[in-house]
Design a protein around this ligand. Structure first.
Ligand SMILES: NC(=O)c1ccc[n+]([C@@H]2O[C@H](COP(=O)([O-])OP(=O)(O)OC[C@H]3O[C@@H](n4cnc5c(N)ncnc54)[C@H](O)[C@@H]3O)[C@@H](O)[C@H]2O)c1
Length: 261
């Protein structure tokens, strides 16, 4: 018997990076998954890579409430239930308050923060029937400031606060809500961020340097990989975490414990 046998989980931003690793881990532990994303090519590639019966892919931009309601309906139509929701969709646009266009600020908040609000809104009715669990992907940047990323830092900080508020609101319905705050994880998002601050030939060195800044990164000689984050997410979704709600779990290799002097 696997931990997620008979369980159904919806993952936003599930086609790449951390979201995709969560999908893979859920499938390997017996779960069924509704994989959602906004990019048709990414979704098609993810589906081809997974090639499984227990996953359905649904094109759903987290800025589109109706599309998210449809994705939940697909889960209910296909498997008759929804036990979990993971909000992994996220984007970064750099900038300070001085340099950033308001439209870019709005876009980062719309996808990272309001996107989670919309996905939870869509999933709540089905989750409350199953007594389900929600996990939001926040960031070490929710807890520690980073230069030139005001919108992302603000959105991630708000996600951690939203986690606590929702944990209180939905406890009576048997729904647990937690967040996970990754540090530096080797994904397309991270590599895009690296390519914005360094030339293409410097990306590898920059990613390695960021990984080394995490105490476990330098100790283990490798960056945090999406699967390392996925394991924490699966724990929070699972019955092993049945008394945990309103918590944030750091998967940052000790980065948040470090004084950067
Ligand atoms: N990589 C890191 O170091 C790191 C660190 C902390 C937090 N995170 C968070 O983890 C989550 C996953 O990021 P990742 O690093 O795997 O990057 P990623 O770019 O691989 O994943 C982000 C996913 O979100 C999807 N997405 C973007 N806009 C969307 C929209 N409007 N609607 C639906 N989906 C959309 C993308 O298509 C992609 O699949 C994000 O929330 C990110 O902020 C990442």
């Amino acid at each position: 018997m696997s931990r997620f046998d008979g369980r159904v989980v919806m993952v936003t931003g599930g086609a790449t990076g951390i979201g995709f690793a969560i999908v893979e881990e859920l499938l390997s532990e017996g779960g069924a998954v509704v994989l959602t994303g906004h990019d048709a090519v990414q979704i098609r590639d993810a589906a081809a890579q997974l090639g499984q019966q227990r996953v359905v892919t649904v094109a759903a931009d987290v800025r589109d409430q109706a599309a998210l309601h449809h994705a939940v309906q697909v889960a209910v139509d296909q498997w008759g239930r929804l036990d979990g929701l993971v909000c992994a969709a996220g984007i970064q646009i750099p900038g300070t308050v001085g340099t950033m266009l308001e439209a870019d600020w709005q876009q980062v908040l719309d996808v990272n923060l309001t996107g989670a609000f919309r996905a939870v809104k869509a999933a709540l009715p089905a989750l409350s029937l199953a007594g389900g669990a929600i996990v939001l992907l926040a960031s070490v940047q929710a807890h520690l400031g980073k230069r030139n990323g005001v919108a992302y830092v603000a959105a991630k900080g708000a996600l951690v606060a939203l986690t606590r508020a929702m944990a209180l609101d939905h406890a009576e319905s048997g729904i647990r809500v937690n967040s996970v705050s990754p540090g530096v994880v080797d994904t397309p998002l991270l590599r895009q961020a690296a390519s914005r601050v360094a030339g293409a030939d410097q990306v590898e060195a920059l990613v390695a340097g960021w990984a080394q800044a995490q105490p476990l990164g330098s100790a283990r000689g490798r960056p945090c990989m999406p699967r390392d984050v996925a394991r924490a997410v699966l724990f929070l979704l699972s019955d092993e975490a049945h008394y945990i709600s309103g918590a944030d779990v750091a998967v940052d290799g000790g980065l948040g414990a470090k004084l950067a002097l």
